[in-house]
Design a protein around this ligand. Structure first.
Ligand code: SF4
Length: 325
């Protein structure tokens, strides 16, 4: 019977090479990739098309967010819980393996390539936390790692696997040339959780707001964020794309705030803001608009009930202390 495996696909070169090395042995590969607010399937879809393999896209946003609030192995340099994140992906892929009778899982991880998440002990921690220890094959570094179950059972020939180690990309480049793989993204530093600015916002969100949901995290990607006295978050668009997205993300109970008849940003307040909070938010939105300072400005607040309020436009510098970052 044909050996079948699921390959985790980030879309980067290493995950493509891992799949190729196994395809060379006749393993029938299916790719899997994941969607959360922090990363999506775009690169993996492109890579799977190049490799000519089917790809499954699994939405793990909800369970990933719950993990992110309290990861067993903590965070990397920013808010990236890479060990737990990998374990979650492999655990999810493992459940599909069990349900659909695949033989094993594979990843493109290379021993020692990333300082934290690809150390030997980190790889072993991922295996344990995922619940699929023994079933996770890393073809690019397999000869340097303990024999996996598919190797023990003769489903994969260990001799044809690789022993790549460390940060140099030379051997991967040679392998890419061997397979004729030319189109792949340059190695990135990780998902948006590794980015300083976004990580600061997320840290603040998790520390200050209870019961954080996916919609709250999605909001972090857009506009400038201010904290009003009392703790409520106000988001104000910086550019047109922010304004469009904030309007998209607004639910019936949320409030969108915009200066009337004058170009300016969209402001976004979550449900049940007090009258004082709405008035302050209107002042902030007016301050960031093209309205002239010290003039009366009419601001439209659209929510369950639309209303207009008039505020005196103040210089935006007066609100700088409210900025979250
Ligand atoms: S960089 Fe982001 S996507 Fe990659 S393992 Fe870390 S947390 Fe997960």
């Amino acid at each position: 019977m044909k050996v079948r495996a699921i390959g985790l696909m980030s879309g980067g070169l290493d995950s493509m090479l891992a799949v190729k090395v196994l395809m060379d042995q006749g393993v029938a590969m299916t790719g899997i990739t994941f969607r959360t607010p922090f990363f999506g399937p775009g690169n993996a879809q492109k890579a799977a098309r190049q490799l000519g393999i089917p790809l499954r896209v699994e939405d793990i946003g909800g369970v990933h967010l719950e993990m992110l609030k309290n990861p067993v192995y903590g965070y990397g340099s920013q808010m990236n819980p890479c060990i737990d994140c990998h374990a979650l992906m492999l655990g999810t892929a493992g459940q599909i393996m069990d349900a659909e009778k695949f033989d094993f899982l594979c990843t493109g991880e290379v021993l020692g390539q990333r300082p934290m998440s690809q150390r030997r002990d980190a790889l072993m921690a991922v295996d344990k936390l995922s619940g699929y220890r023994g079933y996770i094959l890393r073809p690019l570094s397999a000869k340097l790692l303990p024999k996996t179950i598919p190797e023990q059972r003769g489903k994969v020939d260990r001799e044809q696997l690789m022993d790549i180690h460390g940060r140099s990309r030379k051997r991967q480049m040679a392998l890419a040339a061997h397979y004729g793989i030319e189109d792949y993204p340059s190695p990135g530093g990780g998902c948006i959780l590794t980015k300083v600015g976004f990580a600061e916002r997320l840290r603040d969100l998790l520390a200050t707001e209870a019961d954080v949901k996916l919609k709250d995290v999605e909001l972090l990607k857009w506009g400038r964020h201010l904290r009003l006295p009392g703790g409520r978050r106000l988001v104000v668009g910086r550019v047109h794309a922010d304004n469009v997205k904030l309007q998209d993300l607004a639910q019936e109970e949320d409030l969108l705030i915009k200066v009337k008849d004058i170009p300016g940003p969209v402001g976004f307040l979550r449900a049940e803001a007090s009258a004082e909070e709405v008035e302050l938010a209107a002042e902030v939105v007016a301050a960031y608009s093209d309205a002239t300072d010290d003039t009366d400005t009419v601001v439209v607040c659209s929510g369950k009930v639309d209303r207009e309020i008039t505020v005196t436009t103040r210089p935006k510098e007066e609100f700088r202390s409210l900025l979250i970052q």
